[in-house]
Structure formats: C-alpha cells, structure tokens
Design a protein around this ligand. Sequence first.
Ligand SMILES: [Zn+2]
Ligand SMILES: [Zn+2]
Length: 451
Amino acid sequence: MNKKDVKKIQHWLHHRCMLSSEWPFSAELLLQSKQKQLVHSEPVLVYKKGIWKCVRCGNDKPSLFYSHFCYHCETTCTYCRHCIQMGKASSCKQFLVWTGDSLQYKRKETTCQWEGELSLYQKKASNQLVVAVEQRNQAHLIWAVCGAGKTEILFPMIEKSIELGFRIGIATPRTDVVKELSPRLKYAFPTVSQASLYGGSRDKNPLAQLVLATTHQLIRYSHAFDVLVIDEVDAFPYTYDASLQYASMRAKKPQATTIFLSATPSVKLRNTSNLIVTKIPRRFHGKPIPLPAFQWIGNWNRHLQKGTLPAKMMRWIQLHTDKPRLIFFPSIQTLKTCSMILNELELDHGSVYSEAPNRHPVIQAFKQKRLSLLLTTTILERGVTVENLQVAVLGAEQPIFDEACLVQIAGRVGRKQEFPDGDILYWHYGITASMLKAKHHIDKMNKEGML
Ligand SMILES: [Zn+2]
Ligand SMILES: [Zn+2]
C-alpha cells in the first residue's frame, strides 16, 4: 500500500459513510487499510433485543426490514427497505468510515461574483447568517415568503465560510432545485470546488468544499459539514422522515451551524428551543403577495363526472387565454377527468402529476410559453416561477390542500418584478379552516412586510 493508494481511498471515503459493497478498489487494499486503521468498518445492520436497526438511515421499524436468501453470503440475510434506493444495506455488509488524516480546507479570500443587490430585509437576514457561521453551533431559521430571494441571502454566508476554511452543505428536497441552483452557485463562486448530488447523478468530486445535494444524499455523509443548509425544511420528505433528520445530524460536524429555510415552517419547528428565527415578510421586488380569492363553485366533482366543467371554471379558462394559467387538482383522477373534458372541447393544455411520463418537457413548454394552460397536482406547489402566471385551485376544500400547501400555491403568483400581480383563486364547495389560515398567513406576512 503506497501513498497514492492512501490518497485515492481518502478521496473516495473522507467524510462519507459507504457500504463495503460499494468499495471500488481491491479486496486486498480494503484489508490493508483496515490494518493501518485508515478505514473503520462496522455492521450496517445491528440486531438488539429482537429488533433490527439500520445504522445508515436510523430505521428500526420491523415492517421496513426484509429477510431473504442472499446470493452474496449464501444464507438468510436481512436488509433495510427504507434506504434501499441508496444501495442495499444488508446484514452481511459493512459500513465503511474513513479514520485516517482529516483534510482541511484552506482559508482563502473569495469574492462572490453575483452582482445583484439585496433588499433591506434580505440584507438583514444575510448579515445574521454571517454572524451565525462565525459563532458556530447555531441553529437558524430563515422564514421567508415565497419569492423573497432566499438563494441570494446565502451568498455572503458562503463567502464568509470559505474565508474561514469551512465546508458547506446545502440540502434541498427536490432534484429540480439542485439542477437549477448548481449553475447559479458555480457562477457566483467560480474558484470554489463544488459538487451537485441527486439520485442518478455521478458525483465526480466527493471532496468538494461546497456540496449541493438532495436531502436523501445526506445519508452518505459523516461529520462533513461546518455549515449545513436545509432548504424547504417543511417539505416532504424531511418533516415526515425521521431518518433524514438522523442523516443530517450525522452529516454535520458537532460544532456546525445549521440553517433552515422555509416559507411555511411548522409550529413545531418555529418553537424549537435555541432556534434563532429571522423573518423576511417581503418579496425581493417589494410588492405584496396577491391575496387568494375564495370562489364558491358548487359540487364540482359531480360536474366532472357528468363530463362538464363548472361554469365559473370554464369562464376563467377562456378569459385569460393570453396568459399562462395553472390549475391545481386534489387528485390525479380529477385531473385526468378534467383533461378528458378539455380534450373533447379541443382546448389545448398540458398535464403534470407524479407518474406523468413526460412531465419535465411539459413543464419546460409551459415555462417557455409554448403551452398556456397547465393542469397539475400539488407536485408543482413549489419551485415553479413563470412570468405573469394566473393560478386557480379546484376543490380547495379538500384535505390535501392544507395551510402550507395553499400558501405555497399562492406564492407562485406575482414573482416577477414586471408582473407582481395575478389571479389566485380557491374554487371551493365549502370554506375550510385551512383556506382561512392560508389567507390569514399571507395577509399577516404582507402587513409585516409593509412596516
Ligand atoms: Zn436503512
Ligand atoms: Zn447477505
């Protein structure tokens, strides 16, 4: 085992936790690196008092383990179904962690190349993040309205972190965001090594100082980050998935600063002890978020079943033909029914839902104005920015449309400086508490933003 071998293993494993089955070098090299205490290995599944636990993702629910005959170890073997998409963690495998020399990033001056200007609110939040990074060991929530420009808020904090030789991780629940953010960060910090990780991406630079990843990819990291940013902390899957909290705890260093970003943080998060909360109640362009209008639309489901659309809905669709219109549906089934009716009427439109095979090209066509009417499930509640967008929600009284979801949907409207207004209609068959809360939430933020 020579120096070159040590370097390549360090490059592959440093600050990460990988399965023995993922080891890309020779078996002999693995043995030698264990003997030299460069690599520590431990079982990835442990069995205690009749209960399995997966060390990688923290899962200990019996229903999420499965035993079968394993061709690898030629006996009955158990694996964790919960983190299976990251590669099979089974009882015959080991967990590998680098225990050799720890790499330090050089402190260096870096200048952010982004030339835009922060609004006053953005600047205030941004300054606080710089302080949080300097002081270490802080947890900070940036509660920013949809369209506040939260990415730019991070730039001065990233600059400071690089200056201090810190490693930064930014985790976001959606692959689309990683793809969209990655070029912006590369443009802003051209001299900083960066990696973008999502399911199916090839991480060419595991040692990058600035790591942008989907929340799931955090599972691969161990004591890696001095600063960990968790974007859209309220969004699926982070809130519902204890294992991701387990993974993000492991991914950061003990003294790390954690930064949460959200437009709709849960009460539980807001009330976390020692959490510093900074609000940005104003969009970057300074205009308020359009308030949702409630419109009673009767028994819309019966209409759909009879093959017709409620008159108000029909009128709205035909009124705004020159503008991009987005309609949210409570289920794939209702969306498909409506799509069939529109087809019969020969009204051009696209559909987006989780299983739609061509959803990415459809979204692209909508963004590029080649398509002006789009039907969607809640899958598009976040992340879409389209100029002059008009939005309606069909069946806003349905339970799937909770407060956070309705606030996010309203947040799609008026995001561009040139078009700060637009329709946001909640078509309903009875007003719900969630609808009222959503409207109140937006109104309150708007009022705070005016102060
Ligand atoms: Zn697992
Ligand atoms: Zn096995």
